[in-house]
Design a protein around this ligand. Structure first.
Ligand code: LCS
Length: 393
């Protein structure tokens, strides 16, 4: 793409496109582990960074770079750092930005493993973390310590759909010299750009919306500045969290329809959330597009749309949730989210089962909570599917 400043959809399709000698429309898969040097001098120059080029795929690869350039452009960041999985991105960020005896404040209902790896493993190295409802700024303020170096936000959070005001939280954190990371998986860059709101680093499980087709696991980190990029990239390379070229090719193919998929699914999500809210067997519904969402106004301010994720609590708790899931005929009973196919799951026994019950409940993940990821099927079919399953609960 020769023109640099373009709209989101244009960048979604063209950013990171190859400019090779053949005029390829799509980035080729450079399925190679290593790249040969022209001579000893050339090799030395590449290693010393005096010349641009590729050395070894863990360090960098043209297909992976194409994806990194694309997402960095969509998030308005300095550059992309692709990883083997979303958890690879989370771990790389923790390893890069936390140190011995440091402290992190995080959203209480983050994706289960983002919390459990901190509590089970990072704690061994003297890293401490406080998990709080970051939706209330006071909770962040109260937990800032002299050794707090990182504010880790997930908004909307998985699966409670709780929002954090990124701009206000970032302003507060920056007053204390704290770096702000946002896991933007639930919104994707189409609905929310945390770096524009003041965050320092954004990360994604690209397994979800960015790839969108339930056929790849992957992650990406986009720092806002060169300084943060230079701090984080060597950690990804050193620990071997790199993405594979074939993975990168598929994700680059997936991202080209990001806004189209989300726009279609979130239209259905709005209709389904309204319908669920009126259903006699549903206790409550959490969806940022419903005026009943406690942060409806914040959603309007910080997100460009309400997304495709709905959480709801069934009357009848765990047992009712189990029955509902067993009777779904179109929605797949599966974890993950953000794909073209509608998925349903039960966080207490699935994605968040690794957390102790007490922490899970404190984070708002109740036993009867059901998480529904809306796909691009016909909305009438999805409603009919929910209706027949709810009838049998
Ligand atoms: N961050 C968020 C918000 C996630 O939802 C997930 C995965 C991750 C990070 C980790 O990404 P991964 O390594 O799986 O690519 N969320 C999942 C979920 O809710 N169901 O299954 C996976």
């Amino acid at each position: 793409m020769k023109k640099k400043h373009t709209g989101f959809n244009t960048r979604m399709v063209h950013a990171g496109s190859p400019e090779d000698q053949w005029g390829s429309a799509v980035v080729p898969i450079y399925q190679t582990s290593t790249f040969s040097f022209e001579n000893a001098r050339h090799g030395a120059d590449l290693f010393a960074g005096r010349e641009k080029g590729y050395i070894y795929t863990r360090i960098g690869n043209p297909t992976i770079q194409a994806l990194e350039d694309n997402i960095a452009s969509l998030e308005n960041g300095y550059g992309g750092i692709a990883t083997a999985s979303g958890m690879g991105a989370v771990s790389t960020v923790y390893l890069s930005l936390l140190g011995k005896d440091s402290h992190m404040i995080s959203t209480a209902s983050v994706y289960g493993p983002s919390r459990s790896i901190m509590e089970k493993y990072f704690s061994r190295y003297g890293v401490a973390a406080s998990y709080v409802h970051t939706s209330d700024l006071e909770n962040i303020k109260k937990n800032i310590r002299p050794e707090t170096v990182l504010l880790y936000l997930e908004t909307p959070s998985n699966p409670t759909m709780e929002l954090t005001d990124i701009a206000s939280a970032a302003a507060l954190a920056h007053e204390h010299g704290i770096t702000v990371v946002v896991d933007n998986t639930f919104s994707s860059p189409w609905l929310q750009n945390p770096l524009d709101l003041g965050a320092d680093v954004v990360l994604h499980s690209v397994t979800k919306f960015i790839n969108g087709h339930a056929d790849v696991v992957g992650g990406i980190i986009v720092p806002k500045t060169k300084e943060l990029y230079d701090r984080i990239r060597p950690v990804m390379v050193g620990f071997g969290y790199n993405m594979d070229p074939h993975q990168a090719f598929l994700v680059h193919r997936g991202v080209k329809t990001l806004s189209l998929r989300i726009d279609k699914a979130q239209k259905s999500a709005m209709e389904i959330a309204r319908w669920l809210e009126k259903h006699p067997k549903v206790e409550w519904v959490k969806y940022p597009g419903l005026p009943s969402h406690p942060q409806y106004e914040l959603a309007r301010k910080q997100m460009k749309g309400s997304g495709t994720m709905i959480s709801f609590e069934l009357k009848g708790g765990y047992k009712a949730g189990e029955e509902l899931m067993n009777h779904m005929q179109i929605a797949l009973l599966a974890v993950s989210l953000g794909g073209v196919e509608t998925l349903i799951q039960h966080p207490a026994s699935m994605t968040h089962s690794g957390l102790p019950a007490e922490e899970r409940l404190e984070a708002g993940i109740t036993d009867g909570l059901v998480r529904y990821s809306v796909g691009i099927e016909n909305v009438e079919d999805l409603l009919e599917d929910l209706e027949q399953a709810l009838d049998r609960v």
